[in-house]
Structures are given as structure tokens and as C-alpha cells.
Design a protein around this ligand. Structure first.
Ligand code: GLY
Ligand code: MN
Ligand code: MN
Length: 466
């Protein structure tokens, strides 16, 4: 278990690495997220900015970290204010911040506009997250204008503006041991939530109850909060029957009926880190023949993707491995008609599988559910190639996909979604299946951290009996 001192060291170490990469005469400005009004004087539940939290561990709103390339870190934060603290809760305040967070100095956020021009003076480059904080560019312009007003007194004004995300994205892409431990725990909690929802579905149906999607959503949330997660990492998808074919469906009021499948895509956030798990299960605990046939194809495609999730593979390799198995499965069960679409190779080249599998097989996972980090191998970014997409006829420029390295974390989430259409065997209509697990790339391959919830059809059926 990490102690407070370990955690302080983690943030100080990250700040030192970041400072080293912005150059000794660089300066960086990293704000946290603002509070966002929901209506009148009620705000949405607050979530800090991931970059800011990555460098400070500080969870309060109304704060900005300023870092200079010589390693100095200055925090601007909400000042102590007894009346506001009575209403909104404890504030750390600038006096206590250096000791609590290991920053070199701290001031009230109210002083940001007055102090920033002075801090920017004689620096050559200013870094901040581009296109992330509404109005930040204008504020930077204002601070730079104040520095310019002093050039006749000998001040130098920064000549370069750079995107702080470029440096921080590369750092965040490789998860250190503490991050991996938090992500393992987040995935375990989410897995327990999925188990709870599966069992609740079968139990309520056995008891003859009217089961709704929101009943299962409630089970997920119960487990997340019960085990100390702060909130869901994203809005849970709890999709019964045909709703599973709507990729961004949300848990709603639809009935969960015996004989239908339920697709649940849900994950908790724990201490700033997301988990992202999908399971598809029979509402009553027993797959029908057609459901099982498609389920086993999706699972086999996931296994093929997992097998190539290892150092040295490209990010795109798990997707391509999954597509091969999915496309073959679609031909085997008659979702695709060989006489119309041709061979496996034709199906892949012409993307004929796309009507049943229209998304990518994964994404980076970390502080954000769709985490930061380039999907291109940065050392090969100049090797662009062009091709014409067979479905849209669009000319697409692609660059070599990222090479996987230990410490990268990604999801592996193939699926099949069958909307009723002419020529599509009726037994498969309205079946939507996705299986999603979270993988940490390690020296030998990858560790699936979300397998606390069963994934094999037989194991799901056994679990739902109990
Ligand atoms: N839950 C969003 C995703 O699977 O990417
Ligand atoms: Mn998901
Ligand atoms: Mn995902």
C-alpha cells in the first residue's frame, strides 16, 4: 500500500520529469477543471483535470499548477475562506499547500493574473494544454501582452507556445507500478459489480419480478460505492435485448426479459483511474443456441486479440487479429453469405464485416476511460501512406501504429451487433454482444486485470445459477 510520502514522491518525480522535458527556460501552466453548473446554483459532480491531478494529486477545483523548467513548482489554489468552507467543505489553502503537496510555493488563485506575467518574463517557451480549457488561450494572450508591455525595460517575452499535452501524454501512456496497482483494484471492483448485476438479473427473473435495466445499473453502482470507488468512469451501458445494438445506449427503463441477452458496459473510477468492462449474458442465465453461437465467435476473437497484445506488437494488431476471427465466424454462421461477399480475405479487404462490427477493438485506458497517448509510433510518424476506404471511398492517410511496450494499458473489446435486415438470418436478429477486458502490457505479453468476472459462456451460466 502506498503511503502519503510515497505518493508525494510520485508527484514530485513526475513534476521533475515534466520539468526536464520543457527545457530550463520553459514554463508550463496546467489548470485543473472548472466546476460546471448543472442548473441554477447546482453543479455537476466535480471531477478534477487528469493532467493536473497527475502532477499534483490535488483534487480541489479552482487551482493551477505553474512549473518552470528549472524544476520550480508553484500552486495557485482557492484561499482559505471560513464561510465558503462551511458551505462547500475544507480547502487546503496556499499556506498549507507546500508542506501538503511538496510544491515550492503556493498563492491564492486570485493572484494568478497579477503574478503570471512576472513568471512568464524572460522565458522562451510557454507550455499549456491546447484546446482543453475554454478561455485559457485568451488568458495566456493577456499575460503575454503584459510581458510585451515591459520589453522596453529589457524583459524578454516567450516566443514559442507549445502543447503541454504532447509531453504529458507520453508520460501518462506508460503506467508506473502505483498506477497499475490502482487500475488492478478498479478493475476488481468493476468485475464484482458485473457479477452482482448478472446474479440479480437471474434471481429477479426466477422470482417472477419485473426486471428493468435500471435495476441492474443500481447493482453496479452499489458495488462501486460499497468498495470505495468515487464514481463511475463513464455512464454505464445496460442494454437489454435489441438495445445492445445501440453502441452508446445508456441504462434506461426497458424490461430485461427472459430469453434476451443483456449487454453491460460499465466500470468504476478509483482514485482517478478508470476501468472499462463489458460482459454480455443471458438475462435468465441460459444462452440460446444462436446467442451462444455468436458469443463463442466474439470470445474466440477476443482470445486471438489477447494473444497478440504483447511488447513489440502494434496497437492495431489486436484489432486485426479480432477482425479475422469475427469475419470467419460471420461466414461460418451465415451472417455473411460467401456467395455474395467472397472469401475471408475479400471480407477483410472490402470491410464487409463492418455492418456487424463497426468499432475498433480497443483504446488506451488510464486516468481517462479513452486515455491520452498517440496511437501512432512517434518515431515513424513521417512514414504516412494513403489508401482509399472501400466503403466510404474516402482517402485515408495512415501512419505506423504504436508499438506496444510494458506499462501501456488498453482495452480489448470485440463485438457483433446484428440489426434486422434482408438476407440476415432471423435467428440472429437483434443480438448484440461485446466482451471487453482491460490489459496491462507486461514483459511476457499482457495481464488481463478485469477477469474477476467470468467470460466463458459456461462459467457465466454457472455463476448465474448461484
Ligand atoms: N465504455 C466505453 C468504451 O468501451 O469504450
Ligand atoms: Mn466499455
Ligand atoms: Mn472501452
Amino acid at each position: 500500500m502506498a503511503t502519503n510520502t510515497d505518493m508525494d514522491n510520485i508527484y514530485a518525480t513526475r513534476r521533475a520529469r515534466f520539468a526536464a522535458s520543457i527545457g530550463t527556460d520553459g514554463i508550463a501552466i496546467i489548470p485543473t477543471s472548472p466546476e460546471r453548473p448543472r442548473n441554477r446554483d447546482s453543479d455537476f459532480l466535480y471531477r478534477f483535470d487528469s493532467y493536473f491531478h497527475y502532477l499534483t494529486g490535488f483534487t480541489e477545483p479552482n487551482a493551477t499548477l505553474v512549473m518552470t523548467g528549472d524544476g520550480q513548482s508553484i500552486l495557485f489554489c482557492a484561499p482559505k475562506d471560513m464561510e465558503r468552507e462551511i458551505w462547500d467543505g475544507f480547502r487546503l489553502g496556499p499556506t498549507a499547500a507546500p508542506q501538503a503537496l511538496g510544491v515550492d510555493a503556493a498563492f491564492s488563485s486570485a493572484e494568478l493574473d497579477a503574478l503570471l506575467p512576472k513568471l512568464l518574463e524572460n522565458k522562451s517557451a510557454v507550455y499549456y494544454p491546447f484546446a482543453m480549457h475554454s478561455g485559457l488561450e485568451t488568458r495566456v494572450d493577456g499575460w503575454l501582452a503584459k510581458v510585451r508591455a515591459r520589453v522596453r525595460y529589457g524583459a524578454l517575452c516567450p516566443e514559442t507556445q507549445r502543447d503541454a499535452c504532447a509531453v504529458l501524454d507520453e508520460m501518462r501512456l506508460i503506467k508506473d507500478a502505483t498506477e497499475q496497482a490502482t487500475m488492478r483494484r478498479a478493475a476488481q471492483i468493476s468485475a464484482a459489480g458485473h457479477i452482482r448485476a448478472m446474479q440479480k438479473s437471474a434471481q429477479m427473473l426466477r422470482d417472477g419480478k419485473d426486471v428493468r435495466e435500471y435495476h441492474l445499473d443500481a447493482e453496479l453502482l452499489h458495488e462501486f460505492r460499497q468498495q470505495g470507488s468515487q464514481y463511475s468512469a463513464y455512464s454505464a451501458i445496460v442494454a437489454a435485448g435489441a438495445n445492445a445494438c445501440v453502441l452508446h445506449y445508456r441504462a434506461d427503463v426497458a424490461p430485461v426479459k427472459s430469453g434476451d441477452l443483456v449487454l453491460i458496459d460499465a466500470g468504476c473510477e478509483l482514485d482517478g483511474y478508470a476501468s472499462d468492462i463489458t460482459r454480455t449474458f443471458p438475462a435468465n442465465g441460459k444462452f440460446t443456441g444462436p446467442q451462444r453461437a455468436l458469443y463463442d465467435i466474439v470470445l474466440a476473437s477476443q482470445e486471438a486479440a489477447v494473444a497478440v497484445t504483447k511488447p513489440g506488437s502494434r496497437f492495431i494488431d489486436p484489432h486485426e487479429a479480432a477482425v479475422k476471427v469475427l469475419a470467419q465466424g460471420m461466414l461460418d454462421v451465415g451472417l455473411l453469405d460467401k456467395n455474395k461477399v467472397g472469401s475471408l480475405q475479400d471480407v477483410i479487404e472490402k470491410r464487409a464485416y463492418f455492418s456487424f462490427y463497426m468499432h475498433r477493438t480497443g483504446h488506451w485506458l488510464g486516468m481517462d476511460v479513452h486515455d491520452c497517448g498517440s496511437y501512432n509510433e512517434l518515431s515513424e510518424v513521417g512514414n504516412a501512406t494513403q489508401r482509399t476506404d472501400p466503403l466510404s471511398n474516402e482517402v485515408i492517410t495512415s501512419r505506423p501504429s504504436r508499438i506496444l511496450r510494458p506499462g501501456m494499458v488498453l482495452t480489448i473489446e470485440p463485438g457483433i451487433y446484428v440489426r434486422p435486415a434482408a438476407g440476415v438470418p432471423e435467428q440472429f436478429h437483434n443480438i448484440g454482444i461485446r466482451i471487453e477486458d482491460d490489459a496491462i502490457v507486461n514483459e511476457g505479453g499482457c495481464e488481463l486485470i478485469s477477469r474477476g468476472v467470468p467470460v466463458k459462456a459456461d462459467e457465466i451460466e454457472a455463476l448465474m445459477k448461484s
